[in-house]
Write a protein that binds this ligand. Structure first.
Ligand code: HXC
Length: 522
């Protein structure tokens, strides 16, 4: 064979493999409203940057007639490329080849990428679309999953791991995305469950659709498994690009800096009206975040889940910053099980990847009641305390309005290691809300003369006592006198003050006792 013929043969081999399951299956994929793995990678990465690894990999299975089956690239496209010039390792499971099912070789291609991503210190992005363990390969596919879970864990906190679910993801396959840092799902095409609707029907006689069991909306809103829920694949892949822009490539890099052009000393008079003085009046904390962030850009994470707390990424004078904030519009901003899980996970991610934290506090307390208590609000709430205490990145806290009781401590108070703490003049910090306090310390007086507990007369008298308590204790000044608040500032100066504080903390180093690892309450 001449060299020209050899090159022609190479091109033919390549283009045959690049067709995956072939035109008919690609057509079926499109009819389902889904892109192919290669189309997805084209859309995700900078144009022309994708470099494939393992195109020619092939299984060696002889059971169930597999020796006669062509399984191009073993049903997965793997390699590396760039997003806005930043190196990322990527895989896309190819549903047109045996339903993207995971056999030994398929799994080893993912494991190799994880090893490369870990060694090179670059994020790993997986695009999942798979029928799960390749049934014909039995225990070898299970071994493959185990190898992946192991590496997901080893490289957790070393490089960011992001998964988009762009098709089915069932059985044990769900755990690789779940060990990673961020899960994306797309409405109508993404499904994640341990056992599908048929098994649910057989075992529990329960009728449930794919969508209601494990669709994007369910995992975005209820289980909290999905950090981002997107309307279509284009939006999903574009949001992954946006997220990558906020993240360092690995745990040894600083949080990225981007010249946003926004004035770090910008004073925002409208902020004084945005936050109501009346402690009972709700407002949208996301708006507050948008007012303080560079150019109002805020990438909210877990936006549909536990909406009583808001977490996400912003830039403060160009530098990526993690924002955690109570949301007074939902459950009055109370902390509960889901909001504790959500915020603790986000705080730990930021701490692992050197992203400073800004906490905006407006919290009346923990959500009371049997549902929360029985479901473990103590165990889950403990995660938030742990995560903040453990975090050694710069921590700036602003008490925006209310901060009561245990929730005051939990929202990154000085006592959990906040470095700089601001409060607005409207801030109320106390052991509990004024009405609750009056109930306890003035109960006898309020019920004098046979007044019934919580009757109209009682409530009227309590209002007076509550106001007395509010005026005396529920201000930022007692906490400022003790040194628990460093400075009381006007809301209009919040952005400028936070930026100066963060910049002063850029060189923060905090040593902790050496240990193997802590034992976060789970
Ligand atoms: C081998 C598979 C496969 C699998 C799909 N295919 N899943 N081949 N192993 N797990 C093949 C199909 O035979 C078919 O091949 C092609 O992929 C496309 O599948 P369809 O069924 O035609 O597609 P669709 O109608 O869209 O249904 C998709 C699906 C369904 C819902 C995912 O295929 C399905 O239920 N698959 C099995 C899911 C499953 O039980 N997996 C094991 C989970 S347990 P042809 O040649 O006909 O086109 C597990 C354990 C992991 O994963 C444990 C790790 C710890």
């Amino acid at each position: 064979m001449s060299i020209e013929e050899k090159i022609k043969e190479l091109q033919e081999r390549r283009s045959l493999l690049q067709k995956g399951g072939g035109d008919k299956r690609i057509e079926t994929q499109h009819e389902k409203g889904k892109l192919t793995g290669r189309e997805r990678l084209d859309m995700l990465l900078d144009s022309g940057s994708f470099q494939e690894i393992g195109l020619f990999r092939k299984h060696r299975v002889t059971d169930f007639g597999m020796e006669k089956m062509d399984v191009p690239s073993d049903g997965i496209v793997t390699g590396y490329g760039t997003i806005d010039g930043k190196l990322v390792y990527v895989f896309a499971q190819d549903f047109t080849v045996m339903g993207g099912s995971l056999g030994e070789v398929h799994a080893s291609k993912i494991s190799r990428l994880l090893d490369l991503a870990g060694k090179m210190g670059a994020p790993l992005i997986g695009l999942n679309d798979s029928g799960g363990a390749r049934i014909q390969e039995g225990v070898d596919s299970l071994k493959g999953y185990g190898d992946i879970f192991y590496r997901n864990t080893i490289y957790s906190g070393v490089v960011p791991q992001i998964t988009a679910i762009l098709g089915p993801c069932a059985g044990g396959a769900v755990y690789s995305p779940a060990i990673g840092d961020f899960v994306f799902m797309v409405k109508g095409i993404s499904f994640m469950f341990i056992t599908g609707p048929e098994v649910v029907k057989e075992v529990l006689s329960e009728d449930v659709s794919f969508e209601d069991l494990g669709g994007a909306t369910v995992h975005g809103k209820k289980s909290g498994l999905a950090h981002f829920v997107c309307d279509d694949e284009e939006e999903c892949l574009a949001t992954i690009r946006e997220l990558i822009g906020y993240l360092p490539s690995n745990n040894l890099e600083e949080a990225p800096y981007v010249d946003t052009g926004d004035d770090p000393t910008r004073v925002d008079a409208s902020m004084n009206d945005l936050i109501p003085v009346d402690p009972q009046k709700p407002y949208d904390m996301v708006k507050v975040i948008e007012h303080i962030a560079d150019n109002g850009d805020f990438l909210e994470v877990h936006g549909a889940f536990a909406k009583n707390i808001v977490v996400g990424f912003a830039r403060m004078n160009g530098k990526t910053t993690g924002i955690v904030a109570n949301q007074p519009r939902v459950l009055a901003g109370c902390l509960d099980i889901d909001s504790s899980d959500k915020s603790a996970g986000f705080i730990r991610f930021c701490d692992a990847f050197n992203i400073p934290l800004v906490t905006l506090v407006d919290v009346p307390g923990y959500l009371p009641g049997t549902i929360q208590e029985h479901a473990g609000v103590i165990r889950h709430g403990a995660k938030l305390l742990y995560a903040y205490s453990e975090a050694t990145v710069p921590k700036v806290t602003v008490f925006v309005r209310k901060a009561y009781g245990g929730a005051y401590i939990g929202m990154c108070s000085k006592h959990l290691g906040a470095d700089i703490i601001f409060a607005l003049p409207t801030t109320e910090i106390a052991v509990m809300g004024p009405e609750g306090a009056a109930n306890i310390i003035h109960r006898r007086e309020l019920m004098e003369g046979g007044v019934e507990y919580l009757s109209a007369e009682y409530l009227a008298k309590r209002k007076v006592k509550g106001e007395e308590y509010r005026e005396k204790f529920a201000t930022p000044y007692v906490a400022a006198q003790r040194g628990y608040v460093d400075e009381v500032i006007a809301a209009s100066d919040m952005r400028a003050k936070i930026i100066v504080a963060l910049e002063s903390l850029a060189t923060k180093r905090e040593a902790r006792p050496s240990k193997k690892h802590g034992n976060i309450p789970l």
